[in-house]
Design a protein around this ligand. Structure first.
Ligand SMILES: Cc1cc2nc3c(=O)[nH]c(=O)nc-3n(C[C@H](O)[C@H](O)[C@H](O)COP(=O)(O)OP(=O)(O)OC[C@H]3O[C@@H](n4cnc5c(N)ncnc54)[C@H](O)[C@@H]3O)c2cc1C
Length: 226
């Protein structure tokens, strides 16, 4: 595993170069890291048998690579170590409701990462990748729940995708038509924020009485995602 940090600026490649709505683009790796840190799901786009497949999946992040896992029978994961993939992470922050439908939009933070994933075969890295995946979604859960055994590890594929080639786009703020001719329409315009929050833990009814959610789960109820 290479542990050296990636450059602070995102690369300008034919794939990552912003073309439309360029003002929403960011070239800062810190912006990419913030987007990845704020979530735990992504869409993995890969061509399988000549057809595009875009698969929602969870990820782990160690700052250099994203990790993806799944069944050894997963077609998208089996195809990925040989194919270029595009992974997208999206956070929606609100609806931008303008005076004209044409100017409506979405406030968002999104990242796209390109590359050919690497199949992780080293047992130590495989466990570490799975730990990253678990901790991304549920911090402190790796040390709480039972870890994968040999049979479960053998049934799991783990891929690592370098974060080297990535692009970021972020839109914030209100509608763009407040100083145009449609301002005279006199209709409401603005932003409807979208905020995702965790609910209170729902205990499995099959648990014996008295087993309470651990602090790292209970404390998340009512907190904001992303
Ligand atoms: C929830 C949501 C809804 C959206 N709805 C619309 C819509 O209805 N219509 C619309 O035109 N646009 C929409 N966008 C913006 C859209 O994602 C793109 O930014 C834009 O449309 C890209 O135009 P393009 O296909 O010409 O790509 P290009 O501008 O040619 O893209 C060039 C490169 O820029 C990078 N890039 C482009 N978009 C993004 C992105 N969102 N995040 C990270 N990197 C990016 C990629 O690396 C890409 O290869 C939406 C975005 C989000 C998050």
């Amino acid at each position: 595993m290479n542990h050296s940090p990636l450059p602070p600026a995102l690369p300008d490649t034919d794939r990552t170069r912003h073309r439309r709505l360029r003002d929403q683009g960011s070239l800062e790796r810190a912006a990419l890291e913030a987007i990845l840190d704020a979530g735990f799901t992504c869409h993995l786009g890969v061509v399988v048998d000549g057809h595009p497949m875009v698969v929602p999946t969870v990820y782990g992040n160690d700052g250099r690579s994203l990790y993806f896992h799944g069944s050894v029978a997963s077609r998208s994961l089996i195809a990925s170590p040989e194919a270029t993939v595009c992974v997208t992470v999206t956070h929606i922050d609100g609806l931008v409701l303008a005076r004209s439908v044409f100017e409506h939009g979405v406030n968002y933070r999104s990242a796209m990462i390109y590359g050919v994933p690497r199949l992780v075969t080293d047992p130590e890295e495989k466990l570490e990748g799975l730990r990253r995946l678990t901790e991304q979604a549920a911090p402190a859960q790796w040390d709480y729940a039972r870890r994968p055994n040999r049979k479960e590890l053998a049934a799991t594929v783990l891929l690592a995708l370098s974060l080297e080639e990535a692009s970021v786009k972020i839109r914030t703020g209100g509608p763009d038509d407040g100083d145009g001719p449609d301002a005279a329409l006199g209709i409401w315009a603005g932003v409807l924020p979208l905020i995702s929050t965790w609910g209170e833990p729902e205990t499995d009814p099959l648990l014996p009485a008295g087993v309470e959610p651990p602090d790292h789960i209970a404390a998340r109820g009512g907190t904001r995602l992303g």
